[in-house]
Ligand binder design. Structure first.
Ligand SMILES: NC(=O)c1ccc[n+]([C@@H]2O[C@H](COP(=O)([O-])OP(=O)(O)OC[C@H]3O[C@@H](n4cnc5c(N)ncnc54)[C@H](O)[C@@H]3O)[C@@H](O)[C@H]2O)c1
Length: 262
């Protein structure tokens, strides 16, 4: 159920919010009263997302922000503070994933560097720029978006290493930020139906079999978990990783298929 007050008056910045999970997070936090800066490297799509929120009488603005660029990130944080009066919630959603080449030894340097620079260092840049403002808010919260790729092997070496790194950054930053009144947590999704899977409907359908709860995720499944961790309902939760994956990593589906029980 949506609580329309949990983020009343909160300034919210979401990266990678033009589409997919980021857009669902922006919508959910706006529906709960947040004033949301929809940032993305794709400004036209970010503007469309923010406009659709405003059409529902929600508070949202769009801004171009490339999380691989320190100045761009700092400008986005400054914009949120100026526009909303405070920055209370940062959601790090933008990421980059380069598909693996068939042979590991043929991996190009730039693919590894790009995935790490956007997915891990990009989130770090956003946390660094936002932290003083989140500390000033008195109710600051950071929620990162990891991936089950950071927990188990699902391919994509660099992306997976970056996502695993986000778990560590979440814990070390939680320790640093707790005395400053800021909570830091990570949501770890399994497969979620977004544009990242466009044109791969057959694969998505086949993946259902690996999910004990019988389906892949929808962006709203992840947005609900983000909203919880960012809200006062999670006031005593920091440094944690919340896996939102329909049971994928907890339940050994292959084992259960092989072992017949009465
Ligand atoms: N979809 C899934 O199955 C899945 C599973 C696990 C984790 N995730 C994670 O969820 C998050 C969102 O994924 P999604 O499926 O919604 O992706 P998506 O491709 O639908 O959207 C990602 C958005 O990030 C933006 N972006 C990419 N690089 C950027 C940069 N340098 N600066 C700013 N914006 C940038 C893109 O323009 C895009 O709008 C990512 O962190 C992803 O790793 C997704």
């Amino acid at each position: 159920m949506t609580d329309h007050t949990r983020f009343a008056g909160h300034g919210v910045l979401v990266t990678g919010a033009a589409r997919g999970i980021g857009a669902a997070v922006a919508r959910r936090l706006a529906q709960e009263g947040g004033r949301v800066l929809v940032t993305d490297q794709d400004l036209p799509e970010a503007e469309r997302t923010a406009a659709s929120l405003r059409q529902q009488d929600l508070i949202a603005e769009a801004l171009a922000c490339d999380i691989a660029d320190r100045a761009s990130v700092e400008a986005a944080v400054a914009h949120a503070v100026a526009a909303f009066g405070s920055l209370d919630v940062l959601v790090n959603c933008a990421a980059h994933c380069t598909p693996d080449v068939p042979l590991f030894e043929d991996d190009p340097d730039d693919a590894w560097a790009r995935d790490l620079d956007v997915t891990l260092t990009g989130a770090y840049r956003c946390c660094r720029a936002a932290l003083p403002h989140l500390a000033a808010s008195g109710r600051g919260a950071i929620v990162g978006i990891g991936s089950v790729n950071g927990l188990q092997d699902f391919g994509n070496h660099a992306y997976s290493a970056a996502k695993a790194g986000l778990g560590s950054l979440t814990r070390t930053l939680a320790g640093h930020a707790a005395p400053r009144g800021v909570r830091v947590n990570l949501v770890v999704p399994g497969t979620v139906r977004t544009s990242a899977w466009d044109g791969r409907d057959d694969e998505l359908a086949a993946l259902r079999a690996f999910y004990p709860l019988g389906r892949v995720g929808e962006p709203e499944d992840i947005a609900a978990a983000v909203a919880f961790l960012a809200s006062r309902d999670a006031a005593w939760i920091t440094g944690t990783t919340l896996v939102v994956d329909g049971g994928l990593t907890a339940v050994n589906t292959g084992f259960h298929l092989a072992v017949r029980r009465p």
